[in-house]
Design a protein around this ligand. Structure first.
Ligand SMILES: [Zn+2]
Length: 475
């Protein structure tokens, strides 16, 4: 979710009948936290579920193929950070073992804190010298402040490995409604470190940053070994499985998010998934109400779209954030967002985290589907279907972020119209079934709109023609 849309979403949540209290309405129709998911796999171990058995056909849903596993040659990151709120700074280093599946002569890291919006708020990500396999790399270039190009000085063949290391230093902005922010000892860290922008099978993703776009547009599924240090007394919620000693392992995720602060915690289980919610002690929100929605949404979407594949899900509620921002297995939300934002962000765990996409090129692919998930959870699809799409957005669902830059129609054009396009495929239960097929075939991948068409074809042979009416895919 991006910040402009969040503002709109909050307005909508306040303005739409029942939207603000959707979680209690939902309680009557979903199962509680003790119910296990329909999955045939266990997610209780700390390793990722590489593949799951396919689901048999039912009267309304053709047999779902076994879920594809993550690339065994995926990048391995070691990421260390030291968070010093009083000094307004995070220092760290990143080492990544990278094995391309297409030959390349460079590495491209994205430095999203240097995008125009966060930069205007005082954020800055500086990087030190890069080493390649232990030797100093030739100085790279910055085609724009968010893109660091590191020449390899040779062609790295497909399936050959290079290890890159670099130190970095993040200057924090103040309390801004975005993925990087600081308020006192509370720090949100999303898209905050140098990350490889590789699209498997294609190459480097170099979409320009836009004013409402400050996130990892395309990152491949990877394994992260994360170490976080903070001043004494501060807590950390992060992507991955913690060992209790400032160390997390996040396997088969595209990115990691971290929130530091002082929290009131609530924990629960969604099937085998440990759910932890932390509410900033300066806020009045009840962490249990968020936990209950998160647990129900993970259960619900595991049935609809296939099992949630990671062992943990954490959610931080911190001040000064409108709506929420998704990272794999870690979501950041602002106050009073449990009813509507929570299911949307949990939906992103399937659409963005598990099935990745390029959020700069194809923003609708995760936002339209996360909005579909949200609407299914809340049972308010009719409301979304009834929304009028402004003229400058109509039929342009699939436009890239460069088109939406500065347009107020972005939320309705991408989120709402995206969900409308999906809804137009047919019966909602069969749409969920089709999305289960799409997830099974594209898990841990970076999908494109054409992958959605082929992913749902077993259920909706006419998907291309339907989605093309909304401009969501090419004809
Ligand atoms: Zn979203």
């Amino acid at each position: 979710m991006r910040w402009r849309a969040l503002v709109v979403l909050v307005v909508l949540a306040a303005g739409c009948a029942g939207a603000g209290d959707a979680s209690s309405a939902r309680q009557a129709t979903t199962t509680g936290s003790s119910t296990t998911t329909s999955s045939s796999t266990s997610t209780t171990s700390t390793t990722v579920v590489a593949a799951v058995a396919g689901q048999p056909a039912t009267a309304t849903c053709p047999a779902v193929p076994a879920r594809v596993g993550p690339d065994p040659e995926r990048p391995r990151y070691r990421l260390r950070l030291d968070v010093q709120p009083a000094g307004n700074v995070v220092t760290g280093d990143v080492t990544v073992r990278f094995t391309p599946d297409v030959a390349t002569d460079r590495l491209v890291f994205r430095l999203w804190p240097n995008g125009p919006k966060l930069q205007a708020e005082g954020a800055r990500l500086d990087v030190g010298p890069v080493s390649l396999d232990g030797a100093a790399a030739k100085p790279g270039g910055l085609p724009n402040p968010t893109t660091l190009v590191v020449p390899l000085g040779r062609t790295l063949a497909a399936h050959r490995t290079v290890t890159a290391s670099l130190p970095w230093r993040l200057t924090l902005p103040g309390l801004v409604s975005d993925r990087i922010a600081r308020s006192g000892d509370t720090v949100r860290l999303g898209s905050f470190f140098p990350i490889l922008a590789w699209e498997p099978g294609r190459g480097w993703a170099t979409e320009p940053p836009t004013t409402n776009f400050a996130e990892a547009s395309t990152a491949p599924t990877a394994d992260f070994d994360l170490t976080v240090t903070t001043p004494a007394g501060l807590q950390v919620l992060a992507s991955g499985v913690p060992d209790g000693n400032g160390h997390w392992k996040a396997d088969a995720v595209r990115d990691v998010g971290v929130t530091v602060g002082r929290f009131r915690l609530a924990e629960g289980m969604a099937g085998g998934v440990r759910v932890t919610v932390g509410v900033d002690t300066g806020l009045r929100d009840d962490p249990r109400s968020y936990r209950d929605v998160a647990v129900r949404a993970i259960d619900d979407f595991s049935r609809r779209f296939g099992p949630y594949p990671w062992p943990t899900f954490t959610l931080s509620i911190t001040p000064g954030l409108s709506g929420g921002i998704e990272y794999p297995t870690h979501v950041m939300q602002g106050p009073s967002t449990q009813g509507r934002t929570t299911p949307h962000e949990v939906g992103h765990q399937w659409f963005y985290s598990l099935v990745g996409n390029d959020q700069g090129r194809d923003p609708w692919l995760d936002e339209g589907l996360a909005t579909w998930a949200e609407a299914r959870y809340l049972g308010n699809l009719t409301t979304f279907r009834g929304r009028t799409v402004p003229a400058d957005a109509r039929g342009r669902t699939g436009a890239p972020m460069t088109y939406w830059n500065g347009r107020s129609s972005y939320y309705v054009g991408v989120y709402v119209q995206g969900a409308q396009a999906i809804a137009a495929l047919g019966d909602p239960d069969r749409v969920d079934c089709a999305l289960r097929h799409y997830v099974a075939r594209n898990a841990y991948r970076v999908a494109r709109p054409d992958d959605l068409v082929s992913g749902v074809r077993a259920v909706f042979p006419d998907a291309r023609a339907v989605l093309a009416r909304y401009g969501a895919v090419g004809r």
